[in-house]
Design a protein. Structure first.
Length: 117
């Protein structure tokens, strides 16, 4: 599985910026480890909303949808799942180019399947 994740990650990193320029689409990748030697993988597709709600001098609200594939591996267990997440974020205006602090909240609808070897 690690080899597949590395290959897909490389392809997304190389091709992702080209497809994300004007389309509002992007990719998300994640890897982590939890207790008891559990590895966590995540790959997702993001679509931004391209809106600026409640815009003020302080900042504005926008967001995105994320559709992701998730996998947990540990010992003899493997859990695969998919998730859909609408995410709202408040972006603060700082006046500093390239520095945009934000606060983010979302909800997730998930489906998982547990496989035992």
């Amino acid at each position: 599985m690690k080899k597949n994740i590395i290959i897909v990650s490389f392809l997304l990193l190389v091709c992702g910026p080209a497809m994300a320029q004007d389309s509002g689409f992007g990719v998300s990748l994640g890897y982590g480890q939890a207790e008891e030697n559990i590895e966590i993988y995540k790959m997702g597709l993001i679509k931004t909303w391209n809106v600026e709600w409640l815009k003020s001098r302080l900042g504005y609200i926008n967001g995105y949808f994320e559709l992701s594939y998730n996998r947990w591996e540990g010992g003899d267990d493997q859990i695969d799942g998919g998730a859909f997440s609408p995410v709202f974020q408040y972006l603060f205006n700082t006046g500093i180019k390239g520095c945009i602090p934000y606060y983010r909240r979302g909800a997730r609808c998930s489906v998982y399947k547990r496989l035992l070897y």
